[in-house]
Design a protein around this ligand. Sequence first.
Ligand code: FE2
Ligand code: FE2
Length: 279
Amino acid sequence: MRRAILTVLVDNKAGFGCVSEHGYALWIDAGEKRILLDTGQGTALAGNARALGIDLGLTDSLVLSHGHYDHTGALPLVLGAAPQARLHCHPGVTEPRYSVRDGQARDIRMPQASMRALNALPPNRLRWSGEPASLGAGMGLSGYIPRRTDFEDTGGPFFFDPHGHRADPIDDDQSLWIATDEGLVVCTGCCHAGLINTLTHLRGITGEGRIRAVIGGLHLGAASDERLEKTARALREMKPGLVVPCHCTGEAATAWLADHLDCEVRTGYAGMRLDTSAL
Ligand SMILES: [Fe+2]
Ligand SMILES: [Fe+2]
């Protein structure tokens, strides 16, 4: 079983001494292993890490939850600061992708500089796979998350093309798990696969049925009442002790979850720290 200290490094909200941006990054200090899950857009990571006393040069594994710009912008900075770090991502992370709303397309793919940094990595520094993976004893990655529920979707108008013809299922979305004595601590990026799909998959691949905590973006801003209701019902059955909505969850959805779950719901922010042994 694992103990880890989790620190939110980049988020849409920031605590004292940190800056905010629309993006997400989580630092996971598991003793001899240090993992960075996502990098944010790139404006907040380095300064927040400095303010929080975190040395990005110690990163052993850099994990991309998916390829959106607000999770991958500081990739060159991290790979440069930590020449030993291994990058873990799904092969789909470099796909072109757009958010298309009212006929207006916004390019939300990984920035060019990040793609160049990724492409320049030697094979031994890149794990490029959609399969589940171990990140050391008691920690791992979901890999591709099967879409099982009928009430969850990617959470937005996401497409591979700027005309909105080819829907992007965001198959590269993955989450990270840490096995603690009290069950899994699940760390999401944007959770485009859906939270219940994600938790169901992680229970299956780890064999651990208990969910201790969920922390990360849940992308529920555009969720229907039906989706929120069904998500809350499924979560109540899984009995997590703590949910920490971050980043793209949405203020209204966070408040709604706080009202409808039986567990503690704490809004995440850059600078928030959680010790998995004290949850
Ligand atoms: Fe995001
Ligand atoms: Fe995203």
